[in-house]
Design a binder for this molecule. Structure first.
Ligand code: NAD
Length: 429
């Protein structure tokens, strides 16, 4: 038997950083003021509807029992069941999950799909676990949050640190408890158990559909534009691949270990093949090594932060030399940075519009799972592009009409739609 030894907890060893929730609330307050939301509605929309914190044990490979903490937050259900990813990261805390759940509510409303917002997370570095430990953690976490998830009520999906395999374990665990297969309990599943064609690619493709439409709308030339991408996971790598296929030049990419820069354009298909056997993009030989901080301030046309929150802040926003920021990550820019970027005429395509492709195709996957009827990838991509283009124009026209920036316009549009649904439904009892 191992005797308990006090250790510094993940929370205690976490570096101080801006709270994503503070950012989400500041953004909400600004949009609510512009909308002139009545005070009751303001309070309803500002607060998470329900929150669950779970502490649960997992037996590790060495026989020891370790306790983990996880969360699931439902922000709002006015427009439908809640939808939102599950994040595995040592940095996860309740405030971050609250922020991400709130952004999901506005995002689903901006792209006009019938969902409210949710998010989940477990405080863990998945890279430190064996595959068996990861599976055990996932199955136990799923069981712990079962009171909140269901195919009709709340449907999880992948986020940072989770992937289609984790979704498969969630689906299997939930199905074992029910006694029959429930594929609609999660989206982002592998194709062979009812996932949707195009779901894995959806967020990155959606980002590039939006960037291309913005360029078209502004009358800017899209040919051969230079793109820098922070983060090379699901979102970053597919954004890079799509940009490459669209004829753009991806001049820099990074991951948590640092980045690489090649002014002639990185061979993205080659890098993606290379990454199947290597842990970090920094090991790729065809480029100069740079830091994440350097990547964010590179001279380029489009900067895509696709890693985590609070990357563009009051400290570095003035040094951003991109013409456009396309937010792949959720909450990568702080409100202070937004003001600086606005002053410097840097166009910001906000997260709740730009990275919504993931939840759009998750919605398609959910519909397919409920009906047990599957669509071709071409059909999925065509519908995705149509929704991203339409949503960009909805936001852009709101911005023009109200003389506000694109982030504020997206928030006004999304929050306005949720407010409208709340008024229509009325108050129970
Ligand atoms: P992922 O785990 O697949 O990849 C994350 C990438 O970011 C990795 O390359 C990692 O090394 C890097 N990274 C992590 N922390 C970093 C840091 N501090 N500095 C630099 N790089 C760092 O995650 P993902 O699914 O690609 O998600 C990335 C972001 O996109 C998150 O903000 C997530 O909420 C958002 N997002 C994801 C989806 C989706 O469908 N997966 C949809 C919408 C938004």
């Amino acid at each position: 038997m191992t005797i308990y030894q006090p250790q510094s907890s993940a929370a205690a060893s976490k570096p101080q950083r801006d709270s994503a929730y503070k950012t989400a609330l500041a953004q909400f307050d600004r949009a609510a003021q512009i909308l002139g939301l009545e005070s009751g509605l303001y309070e309803i929309l500002r607060a998470p509807r329900r929150e669950l914190t779970v502490n649960f044990p997992v037996k590790m490979d060495n026989g020891e029992i370790r306790c983990f903490t996880g969360y699931r937050v439902h922000h709002n259900t006015a427009r439908g069941p809640t939808k939102g990813g599950i994040r595995y990261s040592p940095q996860v805390d309740l405030e971050e999950v609250r922020a991400l759940a709130m952004w999901m509510t506005w995002k689903c409303a901006v792209v006009n799909i019938p969902y409210g917002g949710a998010k989940g997370g477990v405080v863990v570095d998945p890279k430190q676990l064996s595959l068996r430990e990861l599976e055990a953690l996932t199955r136990r976490y799923t069981t712990e949050i079962t009171p909140l998830i269901s195919p009709e009520g709340d449907i999880p999906a992948p986020d940072m640190g989770t992937n289609p395999q984790v979704m498969a374990w969630i689906m299997d665990t939930y199905s074992m408890h029910r006694g029959y297969s429930v594929p609609a309990i999660v989206t982002g599943k592998p194709l062979n158990i009812g996932g949707s064609a195009g779901r894995f690619e959806a967020t990155g493709r959606g980002i590039m559909f939006t960037v291309r439409e913005a360029y078209r709308t502004f009358g800017w030339s899209f040919d051969g534009i230079r793109i820098a991408i922070q983060g090379f996971g699901n979102v970053g790598s597919i954004t890079a691949q799509t940009a490459h296929e669209m004829g753009c030049k991806v001049i820099a990419v990074s991951d948590i270990g640092g980045g690489i820069y090649n002014p002639h354009g990185i061979d993205i298909p080659k890098l993606r093949r290379f990454m199947k056997e290597h842990r970090s993009v920094t090991e790729f030989p065809e480029g100069d090594r740079i830091t994440n901080a350097e990547l964010l301030t590179l001279q380029c046309d489009v900067l895509v932060p696709a890693a985590t929150e609070n990357q563009i802040t009051a400290d570095n926003a003035a040094q951003v030399r991109a013409r456009m920021i396309a937010e792949g990550a959720n909450g990568p820019t702080t409100p202070e940075a937004d003001e600086i970027l606005l002053e410097n005429n840097v166009v910001v395509i906000p997260d709740i519009l730009c990275n919504a492709g993931g939840v759009v195709v998750s919605y398609f996957e959910w519909v397919q799972s409920l009906q047990q009827l599957f669509w071709e990838e071409e059909d999925v991509m065509h519908r995705l592009e149509r929704i991203m283009v339409r949503s960009f124009h909805d936001v852009y026209e709101t911005a023009l009409r109200m003389d506000i920036d694109l982030r504020t316009a997206a928030l006004v549009l999304g929050i306005g739609r949720v407010a409208e649904a709340t008024r229509t439904r009325g108050l129970y009892p």
